[in-house]
Design a protein around this ligand. Structure first.
Ligand SMILES: CCCCCCCCCCCCC/C=C/[C@@H](O)[C@H](COP(=O)(O)O)NC(=O)CCCCCCCCCCCCCCC
Length: 211
């Protein structure tokens, strides 16, 4: 993985995560998150409590993927089927499977909605738009509903440390502002599609409230 973040690469990883018959490859899904983590790290240490959590979730999924049952973890669809068929998911309260693939991925899935909402705000923002406001509005509409008070507070503090819109656009390494906006326009439908496919699968299997 290259050191500098590029929005283009995030787009490519999420594109690779969709199979021809619209299944989602876990390998690329977590690679996309890895790229986003490296971006967040470049923004400063205030975000390290967030990136640590994402990294540990990526690690859990990576371990499943490279473990002896790895072939069942190739796509989100195969993972859900395998873990449910074999009673490997704590469905109502945490018990013998506190770190199932299904519940771990659900956390990232919820965060993907935040990302989608945030990037859409960024894409349509005007020059005087404040990234901290875009971030927290997107957060309140998505992830916040799943976080306890203390985390919401900490996240609020982190948002205040976000760089302005200009810096944000620059660190995305996707050219000038117009090009970034165009690339965001190209990325968002893909991210939304990955999100929706996962959402439908989780709804169908009653997995949206996994502890
Ligand atoms: C660049 C701005 C970064 C702002 C990030 C906003 C999202 C806020 C997420 C806050 C997470 C707080 C840390 C703790 C979380 C956990 O408690 C909680 C529950 O887990 P548990 O059930 O195992 O206990 N974990 C989660 O909900 C997963 C959170 C994942 C957050 C991912 C955020 C990644 C942000 C990537 C930034 C990329 C910017 C995009 C620019 C192109």
């Amino acid at each position: 993985m290259a050191d500098t973040f590029s929005l283009q690469r995030v787009l490519e990883t999420f594109r690779s995560s969709l199979s021809e018959n619209k299944e989602v490859y876990i390998k690329y899904y977590i690679a996309g998150w890895q790229e986003l983590v490296s971006f967040m790290n470049s923004l400063g240490n205030v975000f390290s409590f967030i990136s640590k959590d994402v990294v540990s979730k990526i690690q859990i999924l990576e371990n499943f993927l490279s473990g002896e049952n790895g072939s069942y973890y190739v796509t989100i669809q195969s993972m859900v089927k395998y873990e449910l068929d074999n009673d490997l998911v704590d469905l109502t309260k945490r018990g013998s499977h506190p770190e199932s693939g299904c519940r771990t991925l659900l956390r990232l899935h919820r965060a993907l909605l935040w990302l989608e909402l945030f990037l859409e705000r960024l894409r349509t923002s005007t020059e005087d738009g404040k990234t901290s406001v875009m971030c927290s509005d997107a957060y309140n509409e998505s992830l916040a509903q799943h976080h306890p008070w203390l985390i919401r507070k900490a996240v609020g503090v982190a948002f205040c440390a976000l760089p302005g819109r200009d810096t944000f656009f620059n660190v995305m390494n996707a050219g000038d502002h117009t090009q970034v906006v165009a690339l965001l326009g190209e990325s968002l439908p893909l991210i939304a599609e990955v999100y929706q496919i996962t959402e439908d699968l989780y709804v169908k299997n009653h997995l949206l409230e996994l502890p």
